[in-house]
Write a new protein. Structure first.
Length: 439
C-alpha cells in the first residue's frame, strides 16, 4: 500500500496561478480535499460494490435466522388411470391433498453457529467497506498533494523560463553588437528552449495527475475539476513526527483491514463449529393433514374427502454413521481457513509496521533535504543574481551563466520536492493514527 501511495515527484514545470490562467468552463468543479473524499464515497464504483457485498451479508444473516422457523408446504397430486382390459369403467381419476409442516428441534448446534458466523460476516463486510473508504481517502490524499506539488512546480519552471528568455534576448542584443559569439548565443537559445519544454512537460504532468483524480472520483469525460490551493506552514515540514511506537499502536487500532482480517479468523473458527455439527445427530418434528378422492370408490368428492381426512405427527432421529468423510474433511478445511485468516491478520500488521516506518524514514529524509535545500537555494540564488547582473553589462562567461541557472533550477526543485514529500509523509502518518486528515 505504501508504494502505491508514495509521491511520484516529476522534476517538471510551470506556474501555480498561471496554470489556470485560461478561462475555465462554467461547469468547472473547484473542490478541496474534503469535497473530493465526500464525492468519492458516494460515487466510487469499487466502494459501491463493497456496500453491495454488505447488503448480501445482511441477507445471509436473515436466511440463517429463518432456519429456526418451521417449514410449511401444501402438495396436491392428480392422476388419470386407464385400464383397457379391466371390468367396468376403464378410466379412473384420483387426487390427493396434503398440508405438511416440519421443524428441526436439534441439529447439533449448526444453526446457532451459522447465525454467529453470518453476524461476523456482516461485521466483516462493514469493515471491508471501511477499508475501501480508507484506501480511497489515502489515494485521493496522495493525488491531491501531487497536484499541489505539480502546480507549484509549474510556477517554478515558468519563472525559470522567464529568466532564460530574458537571457536569450540579452544575448541576442550582445551578439548583434559583436560582444557575444554566435556559439555562445546558441547555448543561451538551447537553455531557453529547454526551459520552455519543461513548462509544457509540467503542464502535461499536472493534467495527468488531474485525470487520476477524475478516475478515482468517477467523473465523466467532459467534467473539469480544479483543486483549491493550500498553503502549508514551515512547521508542516520542519516539526518532527510523533513517537513511532505510539503511532504504530494507534494505527493498529484504526486500521479497518486488520480488524476485518481478525473477524475473518473468527468466522473461520465458527466454520469449524458448523462443520462439526454436520456429524452430530439431528431431531426433527413433522406433522401433516391430508385427504384424497378416487372415482372407483363409493361416494362423491366431498364425502370421500371427508372420510379420507387424516392427520399425522412424527419425530425423526437421524444419526450420521458414514458420510464419506464429509464432516472430517469439512472440519479440516475450516481449520486451514482459520489458520490462513490468522496469517492474513499477521501479514497486515507487518504491512502497517513497514508502511509506517517507511513514512517516518521519508519524513526524516525530507526534513534533512529541506534544511539543506534552503542553504543551497540561498547560495544558488545569490550566485545567479550576481552573474545575471554581470551578464547584463556583458562581463560574464556563458558557461558560468548557464551553470548558475542550472544550479538555481536544481535548488528550487530540490526544495520543492523535499517540502511536499514531508507534507505527504506527515499527512499519511496523521491519517494512519486517526483515520482523518485536514488539508
Amino acid at each position: 500500500m505504501k508504494h502505491l501511495l508514495r509521491l511520484t515527484f516529476l522534476a517538471v514545470v510551470p506556474s501555480v496561478a498561471q496554470v489556470l490562467s485560461a478561462q475555465a468552463p462554467a461547469d468547472t468543479l473547484r473542490w478541496n480535499y474534503a469535497d473530493c473524499v465526500a464525492y468519492a464515497r458516494e460515487h466510487n464504483i469499487e466502494l459501491r460494490q463493497t456496500r453491495l457485498a454488505g447488503e448480501s451479508a445482511e441477507y445471509s444473516l436473515e436466511a440463517a435466522r429463518a432456519r429456526w422457523t418451521p417449514t410449511l408446504d401444501f402438495a396436491t397430486t392428480h392422476t388419470l388411470t386407464n385400464s383397457p382390459w379391466g371390468e367396468g369403467d376403464k378410466n379412473s381419476y384420483g387426487s390427493s391433498y396434503g398440508l405438511n409442516a416440519s421443524w428441526t428441534l436439534y441439529d447439533g448446534g449448526e444453526r446457532s453457529a451459522t447465525i454467529k458466523r453470518e453476524k461476523a460476516g456482516v461485521e466483516s463486510a462493514g469493515l471491508n467497506t471501511l477499508a475501501a473508504m480508507r484506501n480511497i481517502d489515502t489515494e485521493i490524499l496522495s493525488i491531491y498533494i501531487n497536484l499541489l506539488y505539480s502546480r507549484e512546480a509549474i510556477a517554478v519552471n515558468r519563472s525559470l523560463a522567464e529568466v532564460s528568455r530574458a537571457q536569450e534576448e540579452r544575448g541576442k542584443a550582445l551578439m548583434e553588437s559583436g560582444r557575444l559569439a554566435l556559439p555562445d548565443y546558441a547555448r543561451l537559445q538551447a537553455q531557453a528552449e529547454s526551459d520552455r519544454y519543461n513548462v509544457v512537460s509540467a503542464e502535461a504532468s499536472y493534467a495527468a495527475q488531474r485525470m487520476q483524480l477524475k478516475r478515482v472520483l468517477e467523473l465523466g469525460l467532459n467534467t473539469v475539476i480544479e483543486i483549491e490551493p493550500v498553503e502549508f506552514a514551515d512547521t508542516d515540514v520542519t516539526d518532527p513526527l510523533p513517537d513511532i511506537d505510539e503511532s504504530y499502536r494507534m494505527a493498529l487500532d484504526e486500521d479497518a483491514a486488520l480488524r476485518a482480517a481478525k473477524v475473518r479468523s473468527q468466522m473461520a473458527e465458527l466454520d469449524v463449529a458448523v462443520a462439526r455439527a454436520s456429524g452430530l445427530p439431528s431431531i426433527s418434528l413433522q406433522a401433516g393433514v391430508g385427504s384424497g378422492y378416487y372415482t372407483d370408490r363409493n361416494g362423491g368428492w366431498s364425502n370421500q374427502m371427508k372420510r379420507g381426512l387424516n392427520e399425522q405427527i412424527g419425530v425423526t432421529l437421524a444419526v450420521p454413521i458414514f458420510n464419506q468423510k464429509t464432516t472430517k474433511t469439512a472440519v479440516a478445511k475450516a481449520k486451514v481457513t482459520q489458520i490462513d485468516s490468522q496469517l492474513d491478520a499477521d501479514l497486515r500488521e507487518d504491512e502497517i509496521s513497514q508502511t509506517l516506518e517507511g513514512w517516518y524514514i521519508d519524513m526524516e529524509s525530507a526534513r534533512s533535504r529541506y534544511a539543506a535545500g534552503l542553504s543551497q537555494l540561498e547560495a544558488a540564488s545569490l550566485s545567479s543574481e550576481l552573474l545575471n547582473r554581470k551578464f547584463e553589462v556583458g562581463y560574464v562567461e556563458i558557461t558560468e551563466l548557464i551553470q548558475a541557472h542550472s544550479s538555481l533550477a536544481s535548488a528550487r526543485h530540490e526544495l520543492l520536492q523535499a517540502k511536499y514529500m514531508a507534507v505527504l509523509a506527515r499527512k499519511m502518518v496523521q491519517y494512519m493514527r486517526t483515520s482523518s486528515v485536514i488539508i
